[in-house]
Design a protein around this ligand. Structure first.
Ligand code: PMP
Length: 397
């Protein structure tokens, strides 16, 4: 009889053969600008630790203290016995930071999207989504029983067309939910949110923004994309985000009206049925919000680094694509070349991963670099000269 698990090895082998498997690099210590990866001291250019908060002393101390006062785990899911005072405080602090009526914290950003989206739109409803939205949004949409429509990436005119078509449907959708990433993680471009919000408003649609890469980065004090564009709170109905990037810890969240939060925690299955954050996580997240409110220099430095790096790379002849944020892709084109460049950079002690098909189109391979406020100007110069040497060698510049 055939081994029922034979497909595991067959499919894995196929991934290896097509070079589509993940070869994991191992961090032997903290995620700092200079860190040890696979036994080599390298400059980290591919983490989402935008503000360097994952090693901020206030976050570390808060986590240690919470273990002392509250233990290692929460013991339950939030609705049963897993809501601690730290979780409640975090939600209050986050809502204040976001200038929202209320916030709700999920275990991860993925859990927020996968848990909430299918509850916001169901049978008879329509979800309209940017074609390059994050996988967790795509999964959230898949879990919903709503109809789905996709508009071209960041294309407000196409969104208008899709919404117009929806209006002419018979029967018309009961509810329409428009979803977009705020900052797109492959290109570092920003969604045209004012246009999207206007169209959503004109068509009576709900607007959901995944601001995982905008929080801690865009807007006054890093308050995110809605703040960046000065959009009124009632125009973005769901602001979703994560504590795993600029906030330096882990966890997802949504902010908006009290009605949204009341609905979300009573309906999201990921929230209701999965264990809550350990105290150390909640406490470190509170400290991260605190740091964002009291130490505005980190966001400033992040942007100074971003402008300097992008300008220097462009002057050398590199193509930084459509980047408008601290996510700076270095466009290479062909996958093999992007892999070679990443390998050469690693030899030069710069850690930056290639982004290749199927994550991006076959001819749009790139090295994605991500800025970090904890780096110094000389770290950036180190990276720029490594790129210059490797880029010339491979005929990219
Ligand atoms: N949305 C976007 C746009 C993301 O980039 C990510 C993380 N890759 C997530 C959601 C998921 O967030 P988390 O890591 O907190 O699960």
């Amino acid at each position: 009889m055939r081994d029922p698990t034979a497909f595991l090895k067959e499919e894995y082998d196929a991934l290896v053969r097509d070079e589509l498997d993940w070869k994991l690099r191992v961090l032997q210590g903290p995620s700092l600008p200079w860190c040890e990866v696979d036994g080599r001291e390298v400059l980290m250019l591919c983490s989402n630790n935008y503000l360097g908060l994952s090693n901020h002393p206030r976050l570390k101390e808060a986590a240690i203290e919470a273990v002392r006062t509250h233990g290692a785990g929460s013991g339950s899911v939030r609705p049963i016995a897993g809501t601690m005072d730290l979780h409640v405080e975090l939600e209050k602090r986050l809502a204040r930071f976001k200038r929202a009526d209320a916030s709700l914290v999920y275990q991860t950003g993925f859990a927020a999207n996968a848990g909430l989206i299918p509850q916001l739109a169901g049978k008879g409803d329509l979800i309209v989504s940017d074609e390059l939205n994050h996988g967790s949004i795509i999964d959230g949409v898949r879990l919903s029983h709503a109809d789905k429509a996709v508009y071209r990436h960041c294309d407000a005119a196409d969104l208008e067309k899709v919404l117009g078509e929806a209006e002419r449907r018979s029967p018309a959708p009961r509810r329409i939910l428009v979803i977009t990433d705020g900052v797109f993680s492959m290109d570092g471009d920003i969604a045209p949110l004012p246009d999207i919000a206007r169209l959503a408003h004109e068509h009576g649609a709900m607007l959901y923004v995944d601001d995982a890469h905008g929080e801690g980065v865009l807007g006054d004090g890093g308050r995110g994309i809605a703040e960046h564009f000065g959009l009124a709170r009632n125009r973005v109905h769901v602001e979703m985000g994560t504590f795993s990037k600029a906030f330096g810890v882990v966890g997802g969240h949504v902010s908006g009206s009290q009605d949204l939060v009341n609905f979300a925690y009573n309906r999201s299955r990921t929230w209701l049925l999965s264990g809550s954050h350990p105290p150390a996580v909640a406490a470190a997240c509170i400290a991260a919000v605190d740091v964002l409110e009291t130490e505005p220099q980190h966001v400033r430095t992040l942007w100074e680094h971003t402008h300097y790096f992008k300008r220097s790379m462009q002057q050398l002849g590199f193509d930084t694509g459509k980047s408008e944020t601290p996510i700076v892709p270095i466009m290479v084109g062909e996958s093999g070349k992007a892999k070679k460049l990443s390998q050469r950079l690693f030899e030069e002690r710069v850690f930056a991963l290639p982004i290749i098909f199927p994550m991006v189109a076959k001819d749009r391979a790139r090295i994605r670099t991500i800025m970090n406020a904890a780096m110094s100007r000389s770290d950036l110069d180190f990276a720029i000269s490594a790129f210059e040497r490797a880029g010339k060698e491979l005929g990219i510049i």
